[in-house]
Ligand binder design. Structure first.
Ligand code: ADP
Ligand code: ASP
Ligand code: MG
Length: 407
């Protein structure tokens, strides 16, 4: 068998942990498998590197994304070399492959690049000789040979893309929890580990804030039918397998509850209620590359309407600046913005065939006196925006209300 193992930041946080990873790799090698290992930077390293790219600037507001990538991609180079050394040290032939050596080709959307192709012929030839390939997550290279990174949490995507490219039989994502839970186990103590979750639910969960897997890694796994498993670096407990819907016999109504603190709310007060206003507002935001997520519109008697929507927290200021420039074209009375919000989402494929799921969410929150500010739904999820201070209370109450609590 050929397998890809991926180890996240906490799993390679120091040399002892890297040696522990080497043992996990050794086990697969001893079992006779061809192994490629993808590693993240040591926990905290990428944050430090990002900070430096900002600290260095006096006159400019944002770093040039090409040089940003040159800096932030380096954390993974360190752990790649160290793991190759740790493997050699316990008698396992291993070598590092930087992204440009494989190469992992991406587009040139620096800081959020997408993988376009992975060649890997020489790497595979080397693996066939019994040499473990150690590969940095998160980084790629453009057709012009410039270094890119894939966005925060991108090592998951590196691993799944590599697994697809080298036709691996399995892609094991090792992290600091032993699988995918019904809610973030660091917040909801009664969260339960799932043995299996569908790609679709995992995709929705990741998009709605469960950072255990980067969204694109799930998309990639779904598209290329990669067998992904999430499991712990620190124990031997069985993990969570991501599977197609028909591989799950008993479908739960709700598979999980997620939260995202990454959104900010913006209200444009009293715009004219006439055709073209929404287009006149959201068009320029989209041109400015700002993703709008949830939207509500309220019409009042005087023919005016309030439009409320959410954007990524990091883009709030830019969004407000952009709307200020639209005063003449769409006309409004005021702009209000609020970063103290959290989006909670209830996710489950069972929702397609059952009514009342949303109602249970609204009732549970109202019983706790929590006001819902914005609602949005898709086929398999319901999201609400509430005040951030209620995050824990609301998550735990919903977890209980949907019967998800474990021991
Ligand atoms: P890594 O560094 O290994 O990539 P991450 O920190 O990116 O690890 O992802 C693992 C974290 O995801 C866990 O520590 C956990 O707090 C968080 N998490 C959020 N939601 C979930 C969930 N539903 N199941 C498991 N972990 C979750
Ligand atoms: N080191 C990168 C980050 O912190 C990529 C990753 O760990 O997945 O975002
Ligand atoms: Mg991660």
């Amino acid at each position: 068998m050929r397998i890809v193992q991926k180890f996240g930041g906490t799993s390679v946080a120091d040399v002892d942990r890297i040696r522990n990873v080497a043992q996990k790799v050794k086990r697969e090698v001893d079992a006779g498998h061809e192994v490629a290992v993808v590693v993240s930077a040591m926990a905290g390293t990428t944050n430090q590197l990002v900070k430096w790219t900002n600290d260095i600037l006096k006159a400019q507001k944002y770093p040039d994304p090409r040089e940003y990538d040159v800096v932030v991609s380096t954390g993974e180079q360190i752990t790649t070399g160290l793991l190759a050394l740790a493997l050699q040290d316990i008698g396992i032939p291993a070598r590092s492959w930087m992204s440009w050596q494989i190469p992992v080709r991406t587009d040139d959307a620096f800081a959020k690049a997408r993988i376009e192709s992975i060649r890997g012929e020489e790497m595979i030839a080397d693996m066939k000789k019994g040499v473990v390939a150690v590969v940095p997550g998160f980084q790629g290279v453009t057709a012009e040979g410039r270094v890119t990174t894939l966005g925060r949490g991108g090592s998951d995507t590196s691993a799944v893309a590599l697994a697809a490219a080298i036709k691996a039989d399995r892609c094991d994502i090792y992290t600091d929890v032993d699988g995918v839970y019904t809610a973030d186990p660091r917040i909801v103590a009664k969260a339960r580990k799932l043995d299996r979750i569908t790609y679709e639910e995992m995709l929705e969960s990741a998009s709605q804030g469960a950072k255990v897997l980067q969204v694109r890694s799930v998309e990639m796994g779904m598209k290329h039918h990669v067998r992904i498993q999430v499991l712990s670096s620190f124990s031997d407990a069985p993990g969570t397998l991501i599977v197609d819907e028909d591989e799950i016999v008993e479908k739960a109504l709700v598979s999980g509850i997620t939260y995202s603190r990454d959104e900010a709310k913006i209200t444009v007060v009293k715009v004219a209620d006439r055709p073209g206003v929404a287009a006149g507002l959201f068009g320029p935001l989209s041109d400015a590359n700002i993703n709008v997520d949830m939207i509500v519109q309220n019409v009042s008697d005087d023919g005016k309407t309030d439009i409320t929507f959410t954007v990524p927290k990091a883009d709030k200021e830019r969004a407000v600046d952009c709307i200020k420039g639209l005063k003449a074209s769409i006309g409004y009375e005021a702009i209000k913005s609020d970063s103290n919000v959290v989006k909670l989402s209830v996710i489950g494929v069972g929702m397609r065939s059952h009514a009342g799921v949303a109602q249970r969410m609204f009732k549970t929150l109202s019983d706790k006196g929590i006001n819902i500010q914005v609602i949005s739904t898709s086929e398999i999820k319901i999201s609400v925006l509430i005040a951030e201070e209620y995050t824990e209370l609301a998550l735990r109450a919903l977890h209980t209300a949907y019967g998800l609590d474990g021991e």
